[in-house]
Write a protein that binds this ligand. Structure first.
Ligand SMILES: [Zn+2]
Ligand SMILES: [Zn+2]
Length: 323
C-alpha cells in the first residue's frame, strides 16, 4: 500500500513526527511515531512534564495512548532523545532498544570521573572545569537511567510492514545508531543535521574508558551516510532529501577548519585551551566550553592521526605543534 521507496508517502500515513520542546540550546527534538502492526517511537524526548504531554498528544492524534506503545528505538543516549524512555516504558511495558556502546549514557552517569580526569590533564581553569561538571550534573534531572535491549548492526528492527537496518554511526555519541531503509526512510538521530555544522562531542568508550577520537568517527559516519538515498528524519531541524550535499558541506567545513588549525600550529605551538580561546572566543563567552573543547580537540586528534600534529608535554599542559 505504501511503497518502500516512497518515503514521502509514509509520512503522515504510517510515520508521524512529534515535536517535543526541550530546555536545551538545540531547541525542539523530534520523536517519530510509527503506527504499524506495532506502535513504535523512535526517540522520545527528555523527562519533563511538557515532553510527556507532547508524546501523549502526538499519540492521541492517531487514536493511541501511551499504554499502546510496543517498542521504543533509541538513536542515542542524550537526554533529549532518550530521557523519558524509562517512564514511558514503565507505563506501557514497551521494549526499549539501543546500542551497547551507549551504555554509560543510558545509565545516566555521564562519566564525570573520566571527564574530570581529562579536563585536568589540560590547562583549563578550575572554575571552567567546575562549570562543565555542573552542566553534566544539571542534565541528570532530564533523564532516567535505562538498560535497553541491546541491538547491533546484525539485527533488523521491524514495526510490521516496515523493516529497518541498523548502522552504528559513532562520533556524536559512542553508540549512536541510524535506522534506515535504503531508498526510503532514514531515522538519523543527530548524525546528519542541516543547521548544525559539527557535533562530535568528547566521549569515552564505555568498555575501555578510553576517549574516542570522536571527530574522526563522526567523519566516517558522515562518509557512510552521504551515500544513502532516501529521506532523513533527523533529531532536530528540517527533513533532509539532498543527503550527499549536506554531508559534503559538513565534511568540507571540517576540512577547512582543520587546515586553519594546522596553519596556526605551524606558526607556533599551542595548548588546547589556548587554541579554543583564539578560535572561539564568543562561544566561550557564552559558556559553551564543552562544545568548544570537543570541537578543537577533534581537529588535534585528526592531525595526530595523520601524523601532522605532535603532542608534547609542556610546562603546565600538553602542547600541540606541527612536525
Ligand atoms: Zn545528541
Ligand atoms: Zn539531539
Amino acid at each position: 500500500m505504501f511503497p518502500q521507496n516512497n518515503p514521502r508517502a509514509l509520512l503522515g500515513n504510517r510515520v508521524f513526527p512529534i515535536t517535543i520542546s526541550t530546555p536545551f540550546a538545540v531547541g525542539d527534538v523530534y520523536s517519530y511515531l510509527i503506527k504499524d502492526e506495532k506502535i513504535v517511537l523512535v526517540d522520545c524526548g527528555q523527562q519533563t512534564d511538557t515532553a510527556y504531554a507532547q508524546i501523549k498528544d502526538g499519540l492521541k492524534k492517531q487514536g493511541l495512548e501511551i499504554k499502546d506503545i510496543d517498542e521504543i528505538w533509541l538513536t542515542h543516549g542524550h537526554p533529549d532523545h532518550f530521557g523519558q524512555a524509562a517512564l514511558l516504558a514503565e507505563t506501557s511495558g514497551a521494549v526499549v532498544k539501543g546500542h551497547a556502546k551507549e551504555r554509560s549514557n543510558f545509565a545516566g552517569n555521564n562519566d564525570p570521573d573520566l571527564f574530570e580526569d581529562f579536563f585536568s590533564q589540560h590547562d583549563i581553569p578550575p572554575e571552567r572545569i567546575d562549570e562543565m561538571l555542573n552542566q553534566l550534573d544539571w542534565l541528570q534531572q532530564y533523564q532516567e537511567a535505562i538498560e535497553p535491549e541491546w541491538i547491533t548492526e546484525k539485527d533488523e528492527l521491524s514495526s510490521g510492514r516496515l523493516t529497518f537496518h541498523i548502522k552504528h554511526a559513532p562520533g556524536h555519541a559512542p553508540g549512536h545508531v541510524v535506522f534506515y531503509e535504503r531508498s526510503s526512510l532514514i531515522f538519523g538521530g543527530d548524525v546528519l543535521l542541516e543547521h548544525i555544522s559539527t557535533n562530535a562531542l568528547i566521549n569515552f568508550d564505555p568498555d575501555t574508558g578510553t576517549r574516542n577520537k570522536s571527530l574522526l568517527q563522526y567523519r566516517q559516519s558522515l562518509q557512510w551516510m552521504k551515500n544513502l538515498d532516501g529521506l532523513v528524519l533527523p533529531g532536530h531541524g528540517k527533513q533532509i532529501e539532498h543527503i550527499m550535499q549536506v554531508a559534503e558541506n559538513h565534511l568540507a567545513a571540517q576540512q577547512e577548519r582543520y587546515h586553519q588549525i594546522i596553519d596556526m600550529l605551524q606558526q607556533q605551538p599551542y595548548a588546547l585551551y589556548e587554541l579554543c580561546k583564539l578560535l572561539f572566543p564568543d562561544a566561550l563567552q557564552r559558556g559553551e566550553h564543552f562544545l568548544v573543547l570537543s570541537e578543537v580537540l577533534g581537529y588535534l586528534d585528526w592531525g595526530i592521526e595523520e601524523e601532522v600534529i605532535k603532542k608534547e608535554k609542556g610546562r603546565k599542559d600538553l602542547i600541540f605543534l606541527v612536525e
